[in-house]
Write a protein that binds this ligand. Structure first.
Ligand code: ITT
Length: 182
């Protein structure tokens, strides 16, 4: 079984990626050392820099996942600032910002960065389109899942298996797996 180290402090991301990749015979190992996060409008350079930095620091092949929620009516906010916004204001305050908005369209994005020491990083992007709900619903998942609706149900109202079949993370990891030398 191939083993890959996933550098992340986010246990929700780790457990989803672990079960998605276990089905492909890859064992993920969590490393919570962290990496510097660039301030960029796009997630790709953040994931690429983070993967390269961690691979050189640890001297092993590593994977990272930089993700974010892009809300149409808020011009893509919180996007690359999603972790900061979640920890500082949380879902209820995000819903408050959206109170008078009819346009609820939103995109969840996950960028997987992978790098081997001495090589350039590669990135794989997965997106899923949905809507911001009017209230928090559901108890599953993590982070923004209770306010992100996909075809009428929030991610938090789905089982892990259901979310993992269609999530932004699943789509990015599928591309990563296709690229990995077999
Ligand atoms: P790392 O250690 O991996 O960087 P992080 O939580 O800081 O963990 P990000 O910088 O990528 O991760 O921030 C993404 C934010 O979006 C963070 O608040 C996550 O909890 C949230 N998020 C990411 N994927 C999500 C998902 O599938 N469902 C709900 N929220 C998600």
């Amino acid at each position: 079984m191939r083993k890959i180290v996933f550098v992340t402090g986010n246990n929700g991301k780790f457990s989803e990626a672990r079960s998605i990749l276990a089905a492909k015979n890859i064992e993920l190992i969590q490393n919570s050392d962290g990496y510097p996060e660039l301030q960029e409008d796009e997630l790709e350079p953040i994931a690429s820099f983070g993967a390269k930095w961690a691979a050189e620091k640890l001297q092993i092949p590593v994977m990272v996942d930089d993700s974010g929620l892009f809300i149409n009516a808020l011009n893509g906010f919180p996007g690359p600032y999603s972790a900061f916004v979640e920890s500082k204001i949380g879902n209820k305050r995000v819903l408050k910002l959206m109170e008078d908005e009819d346009d609820r369209k939103s995109v969840f994005k996950s960028v997987i960065g992978y790098c081997e020491p001495g090589k350039e990083a590669v990135v794989f992007t997965g997106t899923v389109e949905g809507h911001i709900s009017f209230e928090e619903r559901g108890t599953g998942g993590f982070g923004y899942d209770p306010i992100f609706e996909y075809h009428g149900r929030t991610f938090a109202e789905m089982t892990d298996e259901e979310k993992n079949k269609l999530s932004h993370r699943r789509r990015a990891l599928d591309k990563f797996f296709e690229w990995l030398p077999k």
